[in-house]
Design a protein around this ligand. Structure first.
Ligand code: ADP
Length: 498
């Protein structure tokens, strides 16, 4: 297996529409180079090939984008929601028409297998379609007041100019589930993609342009210096909201930076998802569900199973089931359709994952499956199962962000709930049980923003995605996702008898 992890099979790729590969910044409806003329490289994590050199913008371009977004937002907000919806629907259609090209671009810059990339592009489009509709249903209220000559009215208005900072693990969907509700209600957006994967976002901006989105409403600022662009987005008073998906560490930093201008915030941060498997569960379903959640995108999602908590009476049986699933996996270049799991985003990220496994093994954990890491500059890791683990190990406390499944033991329901809650995170959690009463008790007893009961893949445009505790604040998707982009205004109509 080690040999396979070293091989970086090169698979030729090309786009049906090469003009979707956009390498400049998109500001005020135009594709532009960085003022400095500088670029940075985007690498294919499976092969280390340079995919593209992308404009490396700084603070001046950021200010221009904010100014353009402020002007464009006023005119956009004045349009009826139906008109905004028409543009969003066109954008959705163009994304779906170009789904294969967008998926290939995503696989070469991010590493995820083509099947997952296709799924993400469709998922990304689904937020645009959804909010194109929800934007038409931003209702107000008439309030009963104690004075008979008054009426109280509540209206919802767009927050204004918004900024989005997004991560590399979902290069398309993390943009659309922010920008779609923003545009739908009449906001404008300045988006900063991660430097690892800017190409999915620039391709989406190209399609927004073709859909007829007016200039200045969506601006994309690729940069190798996230801090420079980020500082401006957080401190500029014209920006009224920051929506961020990424690490808890950076989320806290950005929250502090936004304090001086008291921006609205949506923070979708790290997770430490438990999968609780009770002895009354369907074990095959639980193992398949745990594996699907754990190893998806090679373990690089914030809702990936991080700690699998299994009742002691069925521990060995569960591990055997999980091993069966893991035995079917094939690691490699995501463009190869026979591959089930692609590379880790960077060698540094792989080293971080390896350090967690080394810590566990150093403290007595045993490797029940996998355990091999590619050497040299390889970014491949075998899907791994760790047994004999305990809550003192780093794999219990930290977000692994790799294909490593530590399987912990518990004996009672109370202990399982306490273990699940023994973390500063609270994003997604999963539980497997055949007992209705238990599913309610546990789902209500654990401190998480999302809970899957006998289900581990539940994300879609229909659900409110988000966390509690240090996993963040705010919800994305569903009808709740609109609330993040509107302000509530009260209007008092007085002296109606005068
Ligand atoms: P990840 O581990 O997913 O890379 P990060 O929180 O480091 O998580 O990155 C998420 C996003 O935040 C990326 O777009 C990254 O460029 C950006 N980012 C990182 N540091 C800063 C910063 N100091 N200011 C603004 N953005 C930042």
């Amino acid at each position: 297996m080690s040999q396979a992890l070293q091989e970086t099979a090169r698979v030729d790729w090309s786009l049906n529409d090469p003009s979707l590969l956009r390498t400049q910044a998109y500001i005020n409806g135009e594709w532009v180079d960085a003022d400095s003329g500088k670029t940075f490289k985007v690498y294919n994590p499976a092969t280390h090939e340079v995919v593209a050199e992308v404009a490396d913008v700084g603070v001046d371009e950021t200010r221009r984008a904010i100014d353009a977004a402020a002007v464009a937002q006023k005119a956009w907000a004045a349009k009826p929601a139906m008109e905004r919806s028409v543009v969003l629907r066109k954008w959705n259609d163009l994304i779906l028409e170009n789904l294969e090209d967008l998926a290939i671009l995503m696989t070469v810059e991010q590493g995820k297998i083509l099947a997952e990339a296709r799924g993400e592009v469709a998922y990304a489009a689904s937020f645009i379609e959804w909010f194109a509709e929800e934007g038409k249903r931003v209702y107000g209220d008439v309030l009963p007041l104690p004075q008979t000559d008054r009426r109280g009215i509540v209206i919802k208005q767009p927050v204004g100019v918004c900024a989005a900072i997004t991560p590399w693990n979902f290069p398309a969907a993390m943009l659309t589930r922010k920008v779609a509700p923003a545009l739908a209600v009449g906001c404008s957006m300045i988006a900063k993609p991660p430097h690892e994967t800017p190409l999915s976002m620039t391709a989406l901006a190209e399609l927004a342009h073709r859909a007829g989105l007016p200039a200045g409403l969506l601006n994309v600022l690729p940069t190798s210096t996230a801090k420079v662009v980020g500082d401006e987005l957080c401190s500029n008073p014209t920006v009224r909201k920051l929506t961020f998906t990424g690490s808890t560490k950076v989320g806290k930093l950005l929250t502090r930076q936004c304090a001086d201008t008291l921006k609205r915030l949506s923070m979708e941060l790290g997770g430490n998802a438990p999968v609780i498997v009770f002895d009354d569960a369907d074990l095959e379903l639980a193992a398949k569900g745990a594996a699907a959640s754990k190893y998806r995108n090679s373990g690089q999602t914030c809702i990936c199973a991080n700690r699998i908590l299994v009742q002691d009476t069925i521990y060995d049986e569960f591990v055997a089931e999980l091993k069966k699933v893991v035995g079917t996996y094939k690691v490699g270049n995501g463009l190869d359709e026979s591959v089930t799991h692609g590379p880790i985003i960077t060698r540094k990220a792989l080293e971080d994952i390896k350090a967690l496994v080394d810590d566990a093994v150093g403290h007595g954990a045993t490797v029940a499956a996998g355990g091999e890491f590619g050497e040299g500059d390889s970014q491949f890791v075998e899907p791994t199962i760790l047994c004999n683990v305990n809550p003192d190990m780093r794999v219990f406390k930290e977000e692994i962000f790799g294909p490593i499944a530590p399987i912990f033991k518990f004996s009672t329901e109370e202990e399982a709930i306490a273990m699940a809650n023994d973390t500063e995170f609270g994003l997604a959690a999963y539980l497997y049980t055949g007992d209705q009463g238990r599913s309610w008790r546990v789902a209500e007893g654990i401190e998480y923003g999302m809970v899957g009961v006998n289900e581990s893949l539940f994300t879609s445009q229909y659900i409110p995605f988000g966390g509690v505790k240090e996993s963040g604040q705010g919800r994305e998707g569903s009808r709740y996702g609109i609330d993040e982009y509107v302000e509530t205004k009260f209007i008092c109509l007085g002296n109606l008898d005068a």
